[in-house]
Design a protein around this ligand. Structure first.
Ligand SMILES: [Zn+2]
Ligand SMILES: [Zn+2]
Length: 127
């Protein structure tokens, strides 16, 4: 039994720790309506003060990631070093025509206004 287990499973950690979507501060699964209400007030206050609170999306980490909206958004988790995938939260993916700069959904492949068709380029934009 010992011969096959000789390799530690740190192979997935080798090239980067992966990329995880951040988790919004947990608040939904609380049963107490008062706690729920307080939590939403605190959340609202933090939001209005520009404070953003997330949890690291790495299931082995889950540390708090707090930053101010006027400050630079963290790109990796300060605890585990995994990349934070802000797509959907602050970054959305669009497609852009390189010829006329019109913007399309990511499911579009060609700009309909040119013949021969022009392939759209994928682009990440800040929300
Ligand atoms: Zn982390
Ligand atoms: Zn075009």
């Amino acid at each position: 039994m010992a011969n096959s287990n000789s390799k530690p499973d740190d192979t997935k950690i080798k090239d980067g720790l992966g990329r995880y979507k951040p988790i919004k501060r947990p608040s939904a699964d609380i049963d107490n309506p008062l706690v729920k209400m307080l939590d939403s007030i605190v959340n609202g206050l933090e939001q209005s003060m520009g404070k953003r609170t997330y949890l690291c999306g790495n299931p082995d980490c889950g540390t708090l990631i707090i930053f101010h909206k006027n400050e630079q958004r963290p790109l990796v988790c300060h605890k585990c070093g995994s990349e934070i995938d802000w797509e959907g939260e602050y970054i959305s993916r669009i497609k852009v025509c390189p010829k006329c700069s019109k913007e399309y959904d990511t499911n579009a492949n060609y700009c309909p206004f040119h013949s021969p068709p022009v392939s759209l380029l994928e682009k990440e934009v800040e929300k």
